[in-house]
Every structure is written in structure tokens, then in C-alpha cells.
Design a protein around this ligand. Sequence first.
Ligand code: CA
Length: 228
Amino acid sequence: MAAEVLVVEDEPDIRNLIVHHLTRDGFRCDTAGNGTEALTRLRKGLPDLVVLDLMLPGIDGLEVCRRVRADPTTAALPIIMLTAKADEVDRVVGLELGADDYLAKPFSPKELVARVRAVLRRARPTETARPLAVGPVSLDPARHAVSVSGRAVELTPKEFDLLHALLAAAGRVLTREHLLNRVWGYAHADMIESRTVDVHIRRLRSKLGDAERRIATIKGVGYRFEKE
Ligand code: CA
């Protein structure tokens, strides 16, 4: 059955554009024009994913996201946040509201469709990847668990995916473009998106304690997880 996407956007033109492209790509769509409507809609049944505009009249996108994550019945719902300005990206990331992805306006509808597919693919893994361990860092995809020297570490879904990619390629340099594609599903990378990787790497390092030095920055290229 086609995946269902709830599109929450108050501007009719943008809402219609998103629905048009998603529908054309085989998704079923439902819409809400504001945060209250979105929350009411979610109480009636869950879509597979929500595309959520940050700037909404009344209850804004951040608050909708917060409430969705706080409610156990909707906590795992994949959310892609739409932000109006590039500098809001840091705010959204910094607040760690748990949006699975975000896209700055103006965005290409093709890019949005690609992101929707990438987030859904991650939300419904087709295979269970094997556990990985490099030095003191262990990651078990099946349990979504990470530990450093036996101590459990809490990571956001993006930080987890990022560490997963780095560990799986331990000893090799991964470019920002590769990480953006692998972890975020981006088809291409611009300045803002590259910064997204850096922001997440910084947060990931800060959670790894002594093992943070294992993530080496390869200037102008990307990152490498050191085996030694
Ligand atoms: Ca808006």
C-alpha cells in the first residue's frame, strides 16, 4: 500500500505543490493548514510520515513536533520539518526536537520527495545490519544501541545513523556529500547542508567522551573514524 504523508503547511500554494509532487510519486496525501488541525488529524490515525512547516499560525511547527514526540502513540512518527530560513536549521537541530530531517525553503519538490523516501526507508529497515565495534565504540543497529567502553550512550536518530556510517567505513574518509546522501538522503550538497554534517559531528563527538578523538576531521574533505 502506498505510504501516507500528512502535509502541514498554511500557505496553500506550497501545500498544493508538495501534495502534487508526492501524489505524482505514488504517495497518498492528507493535509492540515495549521498546527491544531494537524494534531487533531493525528489523533484520528497515523500517517507514515509528516511534512511539517515550522512557521504556522497558532501552534507552530516546533510545538507540534514537541507534542508528537511527547505522546507515546505518535513519538516514533517520522517528521520532515520545513524551515523558512537557513539560520533556523541550527535552531531546529539545537533544540533536538527529534525531527528526522529538515529542508530550508525554498526547496526543490524533487529534493523533498527524495527526502521523504529516505526517511521512510530508514523508518522501515528492510534488513537488520550487523553489530559493529571499533576500538571502545560499539553500535548495535538491531537494538539501536551505542556504547563507549561498555557505557551506554544516548544518540539522536541522525547522530546514530552518522556514527553507523562512520563505523561501517572505519579507516576510510567519508566526504560530507557521501554522509549527506547516506544519512540524510540528499541528492546534492550546498553550504548549508554541509554545515548540517559538521553540526551533527560536533554533537556526536561531545557524546562519545574519550572516544571523540576517533572521529578525525579531514580538512576540506570530510570525516574518518580512526581504527587506532
Ligand atoms: Ca508557513
